[in-house]
Write a protein that binds this ligand. Structure first.
Ligand code: NAP
Length: 336
């Protein structure tokens, strides 16, 4: 039985992680931590856990954590996470980190986009990017997994088959995506407050969103060449989900039948990626760890649609999928 600590358990991805581990047959929750003002019985912090979990959410105590847990699901914000992760690793825990602190290999890119000095170059160097469908073999048995960003998960799964086969131009990819409000975390801001969100839809992070360099780094690894991606996020008035629409310029002619075969072959045997012959909706994947993808030709371009739940395949579900791989468990445990 894998013993799981959730750090930042009072947040949205913390709660989603609790929900998933509670139904996992080979993992159990042993320690939930948060800032002191967010602590208390988990059933009082989140009504959904009444009658399902008797644990307390407590302030983090490193002495207590060491020896109690095998893995930390670290659901802390970027910049905060890298202050904690080295201590979890030193205490012998495996870490699945939800933040961006261990995703960007080039420290100067991290420091430019996150506007803070990176303080843990040593562990950054050994972190593995946790997108299982693309890097499963690298993840097995590793100590530190950088769980991907929610937008990069949807976008990279959408374009990976085309990049891997060298079928598209790599300097003109456009990713247009819409997220639900939970993507912004639980702390309210005027932009994501109900009166502004309700019946509204808006673009943000124009030309500068932090997930753009992450997409380009991983897309570059898949294509084995420099890849340019213009990424434009939007927020819409729904709780959870990301719908990405990706536009690419094909290098040559490719029919819809060939596209369908390419995607079916590339993701053959991948439980959590479902290839469709129509465009998915965010409701199709809400509350699940699935990514639904549809690729088609239009006006000489290729358009790919992908839908994920930002809190599940985009965060906590993918983290548990990574945890299962790290510990040699059946990959779908807790997630079907
Ligand atoms: N939401 C998503 O869809 C999503 C998807 C993919 C990845 N992520 C990433 O996952 C991480 C968590 O996201 P989230 O949406 O769950 O955020 P959240 O709802 O804001 O939760 C963050 C948690 O970290 C705690 N925290 C904040 N500052 C802290 C500090 N200095 N020391 C200790 N604990 C601190 C928060 O406590 P307080 O509530 O008291 O501040 C809260 O428990 C972030 O790195 C985020 O980028 C989120």
């Amino acid at each position: 039985m894998v013993r799981v600590a959730i750090i930042g358990a009072s947040g949205y991805t913390g709660a989603e992680s609790i929900r998933i581990i509670l139904r996992h047959s080979e993992a159990k929750l042993v320690y939930l931590t948060a800032l002191p003002q967010e602590c208390g019985a988990v059933r009082d912090v989140f009504g959904q856990f009444k009658g399902r979990c008797d644990l307390q959410i407590e302030p983090l105590d490193f002495d207590k954590l060491s020896g109690l847990a095998d893995v930390a699901l670290c659901c802390l914000p970027h910049k905060v996470s890298m202050g904690f992760v080295p201590k979890f690793l030193a205490a012998g825990l495996k870490v699945i980190d939800f933040s961006a602190d261990y995703r960007l290999k080039d420290i100067s890119v991290y420091e430019k986009f996150y506007e803070v000095k990176h303080t843990d170059a040593v562990n950054l160097g050994r972190a593995v990017y946790g997108l299982p469908e693309l890097f499963r073999e690298d993840i097995k048995g590793k100590d530190l997994i950088a769980n991907p960003g929610c937008y990069p998960t949807g976008a990279l799964l959408a374009i990976a088959p085309l990049l891997k086969e060298g079928l598209i131009e790599t300097d003109s990819i456009i990713v247009n995506a819409v997220t639900g409000v939970s993507g912004a975390g639980r702390n309210p801001s005027s932009k994501f407050h109900f009166p502004n969100m309700n019946e509204n839809l808006f673009a943000y992070g124009v030309g500068s969103h932090r997930h753009m360099p992450e997409m380009e780094q991983i897309a570059g690894e898949i294509a084995d060449s420099n890849v340019q991606i213009l990424f434009q996020p939007h927020a819409g008035p729904f709780d959870r989900g990301i719908l990405s629409t990706v536009y690419c310029q094909p290098k040559g002619k490719i029919s819809n039948e060939k596209l369908l075969k390419l995607y079916n072959d590339f993701y053959a045997g991948e439980h959590f990626v479902q290839i469709r012959s129509d465009a998915p909706t965010v409701k199709d994947v809400a509350g699940t760890n699935y990514c639904h993808i549809f690729a088609t030709r239009a006006k000489g371009r290729i358009i790919i649609f992908s839908a994920i739940d930002n809190l599940v395949k985009g965060a906590s579900g993918q983290a548990v999928q990574n945890m299962n791989i790290v510990f040699g468990l059946e990959e779908t445990l807790g997630l079907k």
